[in-house]
Design a protein around this ligand. Sequence first.
Ligand SMILES: [Zn+2]
Length: 129
Amino acid sequence: MILTLAGARADVDAEKTREMYARLPYIRQGCQCPLCRSFLERVANFDAEKRVFFAKIGVDAEKCESLWSYPGTRPGTQLYTFRCPLVCVDVSGITEEWETVAEGFSARFAGDGGRVFLEVELLLKWDGV
Ligand SMILES: [Zn+2]
């Protein structure tokens, strides 16, 4: 399936990506800190738009890599950045630009040593301390 973000175009093999995610570990097996637990709870309760966005390319965001968090721009929010490996037939036009997919949700493609990633910035609710 073709996905374009910020001018970059990827032909994602959603079926192979889904198969890859079936074998990947959940992040919660790596970390139990409040920031990770809050992230996973928000991901499990994604709105329909985000759920569809990730599902259509075969990505399970609960199995993302390189999860980082920063205080959000508004009180009661936390900004998370992470990347999700993709199985792609083809990818072209990758830049540093982000595309705003929805409010508080930006994404772009990145390539690293022959692997292709979906990089994501998400502003999520945070009620921790
Ligand atoms: Zn953590």
